[in-house]
Design a protein around this ligand. Structure first.
Ligand code: GLC
Ligand code: CA
Length: 590
């Protein structure tokens, strides 16, 4: 192991590593052989989860009902009619299980309990019923690559080498020397092994020291997890999002990684030897027995992995959630040509088999409009609407992150004290210790930190944006006086009302769900144009991703303009379309 090399790499590539950890490795697509999939029949099976519009709720920041500054289940319940009014058909709610909150609920201490800050089991029942009464499905986060170190399993496991729970986690006896190095994303020293003196052994944690990795090679552990899943499925939830699951299977001999692994360390920890076997088992025991959908976090290391995870014939998961698209935006911007390539590649990969998620933001990303659009006052609303149009007109299931329907923006904290995100704070301390460039780090966080996407939902212009009567756990973005739901309700042209319009449009046009996608005007650096077609119906979507007027030469005779993100449309001259900054249009064409 070359520790210096790792250190250097980490210091200079923090941003990339952050992103990479949540996403499958790219660049191995050459391995993908089209022929192995082309024999399959097209994926035309109609399924509710393909037609769904999923809205992601970050419960800690959505609505606080009791003034403790922390969003909660009763808060979501109080906003059920708002959810219904959006037209969305499913919600994915980030974890609300019992948790000491080292990583905002992604460290679970009781898989059957509700986090005390979030409410009670009764609140959960009311919430689920309230959603179902409004024909909205509930997708739960399933965090089972790791638990909290405060989970009873871990407490038992750590207590003695002979505990029946010992093998629920990965332990390395210290008398065997130091374990082979493993990279931890969240650890303050990026070391995934933590020494524990109770039994003179190291335990494995790919995330923080308070998130020990569960040992999936142990059949007893797997059964425990399936039982937990059945517990929630019995209650009537409609789906699971499998957090960090591609890391679950490990080569438990823990071989020494070859030199140079640090460039591609995800390759060594994702898609372990038995992952597909576990997913098939999970499918057999849980998914096939209940009407629940399953979405992976990530899509494996290669296109082939992605297919194998979600090919319907293999009976593993329903849909992949590939990060290559959301990862395109870097602190210094991105190229639309790259964006088009990536989304086109993923569409064609799933044209015949398997299913994909479409998203541009989530709780691990900064705000959509800041990263992919333009959050300056002149272009914020229009660019956000254009991005919304993109998400709602692609093939795949759209996942839309709460607050993006208002065009909420990054908060851009100046001080590290304002951030609450554990890995960010750990990284800051690490850089402090190792003499890293703290200024550069803080500048980058203004664009990339996850906390930008976690500031409280901006409901209205009253105190704390109507999120809470108490002091919010994370600062409210001061722009709430301008950007808030109440103001946008009243404005027919607001991002909020546009979102409703496009969601309804997608629901009324199944061609947007199942129709074939074709990229047009490929080399245009400013305009993304594509058609979706099915059963003789053809829609043309034209999106200007730039802050200037842009034109596109399309060899299609334009038809009827059905939707536009500008209040009134510009005139169309012959086959040449002049698009205003960030303009989005949907035409019906022949
Ligand atoms: C996933 C979650 C992220 C969390 C991590 C560890 O990537 O989306 O929020 O920190 O897993 O559970
Ligand atoms: Ca609360």
């Amino acid at each position: 192991m070359n520790f210096l090399k790792i250190l250097t790499f980490v210091l200079y590539n923090t941003y990339d590593i952050m992103k990479k950890f949540f996403l499958p490795i790219l660049g191995l697509f050459m391995l993908f052989s089209k022929s192995s999939f082309s024999q399959k029949k097209p994926e035309t099976d109609k399924k509710w989860w393909k037609e769904a519009v999923v809205y992601q709720i970050y419960p800690r920041s959505f609505k606080d009902s009791n003034g403790d500054g922390i969003g909660d289940l009763k808060g979501i319940i109080s906003k059920l009619d708002y959810l219904k009014s959006l037209g969305i058909t499913a919600v994915w709610i980030n974890p609300f299980y019992s948790s000491p909150n080292d990583d905002n609920g992604y460290d679970i201490s009781d898989y059957r309990g509700i986090m005390k800050e979030f409410g009670t089991k009764e609140d959960f029942d009311v919430l689920l019923k309230g959603l179902h009464d409004r024909n909205i499905k509930m997708v739960m986060d399933l965090v089972v690559n790791h638990s909290s170190d405060e989970h009873d399993w871990f407490k038992q496991s750590r207590s003695s080498r002979t505990s029946p729970y010992r093998d629920y986690y990965h332990w390395w006896p210290a008398e065997n020397g130091k374990p082979p190095y493993r990279y931890s994303l969240f650890d303050i020293n990026h070391d995934a092994w933590k020494y524990d003196s109770t039994t003179n052994a190291y335990y494995l944690h790919y995330f923080s020291t308070k998130q020990p990795d569960l040992n999936w090679e142990n059949p007893k552990l797997r059964q425990e997890i399936y039982d937990v899943m059945k517990f929630w499925a019995e209650k009537g939830i409609d789906g699971f999002r499998l957090d960090a699951f591609q890391f679950a299977s490990k080569d438990t001999t823990f071989p020494v990684w070859p030199d140079g692994y640090e460039k591609d360390f995800i390759k060594y920890i994702a898609m372990g030897p038995h992952l597909h076997q576990y997913l098939k088992e999970m499918n057999e025991q849980v998914f096939s027995k209940y009407n629940v959908m399953s979405v992976a976090e990530g899509a494996g290391n290669t296109m082939e992995d992605a297919h194998n995870l979600v090919d319907a014939d293999r009976k593993e998961l329903n849909m992949a959630y590939a990060f290559e698209g959301v990862d395109i935006a870097k602190p210094n911007g991105y190229s639309l040509l790259h964006f088009k390539n990536v989304f086109t590649k993923w569409d064609s990969a799933f044209a015949n088999n398997g299913w994909l998620s479409i998203f541009l933001a989530n709780h691990d990303q900064a705000r959509m409009v800041t990263r992919f659009g333009n959050d300056s006052p002149a272009f914020r609303d229009v660019s956000s609407k254009m991005l919304t149009t993109f998400i709602m007109t692609m093939r795949g299931t759209p996942y839309y992150y709460n607050g993006d329907e208002l065009a909420m923006t990054n908060i851009r904290f100046d001080n590290v004290e304002d951030y609450k995100d554990m890995p960010l704070k750990n990284e800051y301390v690490y850089l402090q210790k190792t003499g890293g460039d703290l200024k550069k780090f803080l500048e980058e966080q203004k664009i990339s930190s996850r906390d930008n996407g976690r500031t409280p939902f901006q409901w209205n212009s009253s105190v704390n944006a109507g999120f809470s009567m108490g002091e919010p756990w994370l600062k409210v973005n001061p722009n709430f006086a301008n950007i808030n739901a109440a103001a946008q309700e009243k404005d027919a042209n607001s991002p909020l009302n546009y979102f409703r319009k496009v969601v309804a449009f997608r629901k009324n046009n199944p061609v947007l769900v199942y129709g074939k996608y074709t990229l047009l005007d490929k080399a245009n650096p400013d305009v993304y144009a594509y058609t979706r077609e099915m059963d003789g119906k053809k829609l043309l979507i034209v999106l200007n991703f730039s802050k200037n007027d842009a034109s596109t030469k399309l060899d299609l005779k334009l038809g009827k303009l059905l939707l536009n993100n500008y209040p009134s449309s510009t005139s169309v001259k012959s086959d040449k379309i002049i698009l205003r900054p960030y303009e989005a249009r949907i035409y019906e064409v022949k």
